[in-house]
Design a protein around this ligand. Structure first.
Ligand code: DAT
Ligand code: MG
Length: 136
């Protein structure tokens, strides 16, 4: 079944020049780009995007980080795209992420873990709509 998921190349990934690397990997896997926009998030959008983490001790730092520079927002489509991209990204903690995954290959710190991918069909729907309200 074809699914859509929201992928972000976070500000650390953009500043390190990893946008092409991330797109190459997901396209090589067979996922397809549906939308792409480089933008800097305002605080309200960032807080909405990460609302599930509002009570966590790292929330303020996370919002600072994600609003701290331009990010690349992508909508990606394909069979089981949500799970497929999460597998490409690797574990949240990049030290635990396997080699061959994006986080495993390019990151060391949990906050600066290069990419975001929606984690469920409900999150994907909410996040795609938040970033690209004009996308049907
Ligand atoms: P994921 O991005 O793999 O879905 P998550 O939703 O649990 O992970 O967390 C969202 C982001 O918050 C994550 O990419 C990095 C940051 N984060 C998570 N746990 C953290 C922690 N213990 N300390 C600092 N930042 C953390
Ligand atoms: Mg998450």
């Amino acid at each position: 079944m074809t699914e859509r998921t929201l992928v972000l190349v976070k500000p650390d990934g953009v500043s390190r020049g990893l946008v092409g690397e991330v797109i190459t990997r997901l396209e090589r896997k067979g996922l397809r780009l549906v939308a792409a926009e480089l933008r800097t998030l305002d605080r309200e959008t960032a807080e909405t995007h990460y609302a599930e983490h509002r009570e966590r001790p790292f929330f303020a730092d996370l919002v600072e980080f994600i609003t701290g520079g331009p990010l690349m927002a992508l909508v990606v489509e394909g069979p089981r795209a949500i799970e497929a991209f999460r597998a490409l990204a690797g574990a949240t903690d990049p030290v635990k992420a396997g080699p061959g995954t994006i986080r495993g290959d390019f990151a060391l710190e949990v906050q600066n873990n290069i990419v975001h991918g929606s984690d469920s069909p409900e999150s994907a729907e909410r996040e795609v709509t938040l970033f690209f309200p004009n996308l049907a």
